[in-house]
Design a protein around this ligand. Sequence first.
Ligand code: ADE
Ligand code: ZN
Length: 334
Amino acid sequence: MQAFINAMPKAELHLHIEGSLEPELLFALAQRNKIALPYPDVASLRKAYQFSRLQDFLDLYYQGMSVLQTEQDFYDLTRAYLQKIRAQNVLHTEIFFDPQGHTSRGLAFETVLNGISRALDEAQAQSGLTSGLILCFLRHLDADDAMRTLEQALPYKDRIIGVGLDSSELGHPPSKFSAVFARAREEGFHIVAHAGEEGPPEYVREALDDLQVERIDHGNRALEDAALTRRLADSAMPLTICPLSNLRLCVVGDLASHPIRQMLQQGLKATINSDDPAYFGGYMNENFSALADAVGLSREDLVLLSRNAFDAAFISGTRRAELHRAMDAFLAGM
Ligand code: ADE
Ligand code: ZN
């Protein structure tokens, strides 16, 4: 099964680029930028990656991203992620970035965007790996801050395919950002939002009704509400599920009790993603493998999960057909 997963063509739709910052690169950038870290070495930092809720992780995630200072740093970060996933047969990726996590530290929006997009362009030219960038608003900040961030992004519409919503979910419902997302829709951005990771089913409903999302990031807690689950299934709303993240942030008690099988049985359009691979212990293949082992997924399930991501990606019909053909060719060669 491991070999099948490794070789299977895949697309990633839920990846925070700042969450792909491995401790080794984090230390190297701290040294390059002369930033003191509260950990003596890589091993002790890794040891601190023990979380009992989303906020425990976010505290370290924001601390970690403070070593990112220059355009080159964002380029190096993105390049390292792209090299990892290219070796895992990921053919397309849609990447979240958190500009407010950087502009609040005095960096220019352009520094962040230019570094990331240079690495994306280079990867596409060198290996055909396609990508899109999704700007996420930090929901613990106020809606005015999000609106200003959206306005900063407007000159770069050609390099940003969509907007999303992340950070501390509880107490920050999607409806707090209705006006920002209305503006983003008017400007032609694709719309996604984290909802139902820690937050209640009502937050998923708000993401659908108030923000008019095209995908739900996570959405696990929607299963608590039968009518909402039916609505998600009937509308073929994609869910970007992140198994190792769910495990490490205690959204599930153990992977064996991950609800992915119920999701598929109930007709939900689930996809598999890594979220913050440097913090949660794995990239795409590790997420697929750990989940398949824990809940007993068949090859057909794995192919369906991967094809769901091809269907849910913000890409042209031509690219979508190419991804499905890559899967056809892979299966024909089995
Ligand atoms: N930011 C980075 N990863 C996140 C997650 N899993 N949930 C909310 N915000 C995040
Ligand atoms: Zn996420």
